[in-house]
Ligand binder design. Structure first.
Ligand SMILES: C[S@@+](CC[C@H](N)C(=O)[O-])C[C@H]1O[C@@H](n2cnc3c(N)ncnc32)[C@H](O)[C@@H]1O
Length: 269
């Protein structure tokens, strides 16, 4: 699936191009050919398109006009005919109650504040039919595997952790809490699991990983130092360590994604 788009967030686009299939793989066994599926926060639509052959129809929604413009370039070019995209806010979906059999959130819920998360899940529940499925896949920083254990890499992980703890404490281990969160919002979890995004699988991916890590540390650096959360020395050590990691032929960086499938009650209302 080759996308030809001049302007889109290159990291999300590159991620989706490489990982479209694996991002939704856990959900495929739960899908049926007669289902109407909604992909919420679909970004440029590549993951949405990979699910289309498994269902009757799939609609992707995103609040960003440029996401929907990029996604619409897939319609027609992919030749599926059963997927479409709508610009919409997930806290006020433009769909009737019970219009979908399944709703999917990929990398969308983990950074929401509690009121937004509650409203988003309530909207998902409204547009789901009785007994409909809700599926989520989100990061869990505590489950990541980074090898070998070079001292500067540990510093690097620690610096990210310090920033998350300061900025988005609930996001760090969101993945493992998905079942609990869905249950608290009135869904019944029926399956949980996890898979890894392999950021070390080939030379090109490793190069991208090193660049992304260094870029992230460089942009976080001033913010961490301003809050007294890092020293210049720690930042320099962390940035340098990524090149050393790249020189190890068996180095690994596997980022954990927790997955959950839950059901809305089959009693309507
Ligand atoms: C991290 S991206 C994930 C995109 C895609 N699901 C993926 O995994 O590649 C989060 C997406 O959620 C969308 N989003 C954020 N707030 C939203 C809202 N209130 N309503 C709809 N989409 C929203 C963003 O525009 C963005 O495309």
């Amino acid at each position: 699936m080759e996308l030809k788009r001049a302007r889109y967030d290159s990291s999300i686009l590159s991620f989706q191009q490489k990982r479209g299939q694996e991002s939704s793989a856990f959900l495929i066994p739960f899908l049926r050919a007669d289902m109407r599926l909604l992909d919420v926060g679909c970004g440029p639509g590549t993951i949405t398109a990979t699910m289309a052959p498994h269902v009757k129809s799939v609609v992707g929604v995103d609040i960003q006009a440029r996401s929907i413009a990029a996604a619409n370039e897939l319609v027609g070019s992919e030749g599926g005919g059963n997927f479409s995209f709508v610009e919409a806010d997930m806290t006020a979906l433009p769909f009737a109650a019970g219009e979908f059999d399944a709703v999917f959130f990929h990398a969308v819920l983990y950074h929401l504040d509690t009121p937004t998360l509650t409203k988003t899940l309530s909207e998902a529940k409204r547009v789901l039919c009785p007994g409909g499925l809700l599926a989520t896949r989100d990061a869990d920083v505590g489950g990541n595997v980074l090898y070998p254990d070079l001292p500067g890499l540990r510093t690097s992980l620690d610096l990210w952790q310090r920033w998350y703890e300061h900025d988005e404490p609930d996001a760090i281990n969101f993945g493992r809490r998905q079942g609990e969160i869905l249950r608290a919002n009135g869904f019944l979890p029926i399956w949980t699991g996890a898979s890894f995004v392999n950021h070390s699988m080939d030379d090109e991916t490793r190069r991208e990983t090193i660049e992304d890590a260094k870029q992230s540390l460089k942009s976080l650096g001033p913010k961490l130092m301003e809050k007294g959360l890092a020293t210049q020395l720690e930042l320099a050590e962390a940035v340098t360590a990524w090149d050393a990691w790249g020189n190890k032929p068996d180095a690994l960086y596997l980022r954990c994604r927790c997955e959950c499938v839950a059901r809305k009650s089959s009693i309507s209302g």
